[in-house]
Each structure stands twice: as C-alpha cells, then as structure tokens.
Ligand binder design. Structure first.
Ligand code: DON
Length: 307
C-alpha cells in the first residue's frame, strides 16, 4: 500500500469523524484536563520504514496519560524480564481502569499492567532500578520520538497528584499485601509525570514504532524489546489495552491498542506501522469516541488487522 493511499484514507477519516467530536465528554476527574476543547482531532501513521502520514491538527500536543503505561512496562521488562509477572498478572480485568475491587480479592496482585493498579506496581518496580525515573522516561520518549523539545505538562502532573486518592488507595492496598517496595507518594509522583508527558500524534506513533517492528526502533536500529517480549506485550495490549472495552475495541479495530483519558489511542499493525489518534471526547469507559471510530474506519478502509 502506498503512502499516498494512506494519506487519502486519513484525510477521509478526519472528515468522517467530525460529527463525533462533540459526542464524548472530556475527562474531568483530573481538573487540569477538564477545560480541554473536545473539538480536536488528529491521526498519524508511522511506518516501519520510517515514513509519516498524518491528518488533522498533527502538531497539537496532548498528555499521553495511560498510553505511557506501555513504555513503563517496556522499561520494566527490559530490567526484570519474566520476574515482573510475579507482581502483576496478564489477564483482562473486565473492570474499569481505576477499579479497586479485584485488588482486595486477588491479594494485591493487579490483573494486568495497563489498569492503574498494574501500571502503578510496574512503576514501583521501575522506581527501584532508576535513579531519576521522571527524567529517564522523558529522555526515553525524546530519543524514540526524535525530538528534544518534548516536555512534561507540570500543571497536569500536579493536578493529578493533588487528586491522587484513588490511585494512592490502590498503592497502599498493594503495600498491605507486601507487593509495593517504595514510598507510595514518590512512586505516584513518577506515575503522574509519566502520564503528563506531552506528545503530538506523529511523535506518539514514532516513539512506539518498535512495537510494530519486532521490538527494534526503526530510526536507531536499537533493540528496545526482544522479539519475544514484543509479541508478548502486543498480545497483552490486544487483551487488556482498553480495559473493560478491550473486547469491543478488538472486535471493531482488529489491532492491539492502548488508550489514555486525554483521548489518545495508539494501535499497532505488526510489520507495517503504528498509528496514533487523538480526540479528547471520551465514552463511558474512558476511551476516545472519535479515536476508536477513526481506527475502526482505518482498519476497514485499508482492510487491515492482525488476523
Ligand atoms: O491514573 C490516572 O488517573 C491517569 N493519569 C491515567 C488514567 C488513564 O489514562 C486511563 N485511561 N483510559
């Protein structure tokens, strides 16, 4: 498929999703996100041979929120390998991203690394291996996206930290089950800063291009994950990347994906490209309304999926 064809399809999608932009609701449980204009849309493809195609307002940056959990897991797998799975599971949760209930029944072991509890315990693991986690994570994105001007949105990180109570409750519950090693507030501060890293769609697709390229960053040729780990991570994204809406997303889009409450979604077409989409209006599961439809249209129009 040619780049010109990708471009034409993205242009069509940007027009077709326009009526959906006002249908979702921006995340308001983080006050700094509540004032964001929902009427925004961008989509970008980054191919495994290093080409970019985009439509909509592609230079607009947004905080990546839970899409950062994929990099947290990547960095933790680099350091712990399979030992990480003693602390976090691999199963879909079937519950909301910020649910606390399973943690009590399942003795402080979160279902998977993409729900908040799972990402926070993965941050705890990482925290023990990095001297400056926030800067390391920021630097990782800067290098992979190829842009040193990428920053953390301090207002968003501070706002999340101020309203941290639910995430703090999860971390303390895990500590009570002996599945948390570091100071809860320190780890949460790292976690919120990871969520508050700001990228645009092109940078987001580029930063995660290794997921479509057997674990190798196509710009630098660096092996970010082994091919096996890359397959495993993509499999987990397919089953759990969109929380209790993973089944619906898999059915409609046919690719592994990860969403964030800013309205960002990343999806992976192995050996071809990563695609990032941004539109802040969310459905009841905390996933972008226009973003999911855009990826569904992409999958139909290009006749692509992992199957
Ligand atoms: O923990 C939080 O509330 C956010 N910083 C991240 C949540 C998120 O993006 C969930 N995604 N749909």
């Amino acid at each position: 498929m040619s780049i010109a064809h990708y471009q034409q399809v993205l242009n069509e999608i940007a027009i077709e999703v326009r009526p959906l932009l006002t249908q979702g609701k921006v995340a308001d449980y983080i006050p700094a996100l509540a004032s964001i204009d929902p009427n925004q849309f961008s989509i970008a493809i980054y191919t495994t041979d290093g080409q970019t195609v985009c439509a909509g307002d592609c230079s607009e940056r947004f905080t990546i929120q839970s899409v950062s959990k994929v990099m947290t897991l990547t960095l933790a797998l680099q350091r712990y390998g399979d030992a990480l799975w003693e602390r976090v599971g691999k199963e879909p949760s079937g519950t909301a991203f910020n649910s606390l209930t399973q943690l009590e029944f399942e003795k402080g072991i979160p279902r998977n690394p993409f729900i908040n509890a799972g990402a926070i315990v993965t941050c705890d693991a990482l925290y023990g291996r990095l001297s400056a986690p926030r800067y390391f994570m920021l630097d990782t994105f800067r290098k992979l996206a190829g842009n040193q001007s990428i920053i953390i949105d301090k207002a968003v990180a501070n706002s999340e930290y101020e309203f941290k109570h639910r995430n703090a409750a999860m971390a303390h519950l895990m500590k009570s089950f002996d599945n948390f090693n570091n100071d809860v507030d320190d780890v949460l501060w790292s976690y919120f800063n990871f969520c508050a890293i700001e990228l645009n769609c092109i940078e987001l697709a580029k930063a995660y291009n290794f997921l479509a390229n057997k674990g190798v960053d196509c710009s630098s040729g660096k092996q970010v994950l082994t091919s096996l780990q890359n397959k495993q991570l993509n499999s987990l994204l397919f089953t759990s990347g969109l929380y209790d809406a993973a089944g619906d997303f898999g059915y409609r889009v046919g690719m592994p994906g990860k969403s964030g409450v800013s309205g960002a979604i990343l999806a992976v077409l192995p050996n071809k490209f990563t695609v990032a989409v941004y539109s802040p209006g969310l459905n009841g599961f905390g996933n972008s309304v226009a973003g999911i439809t855009a990826l569904e249209l992409l999958s139909h129009k290009l006749d692509i999926s992992i199957f």
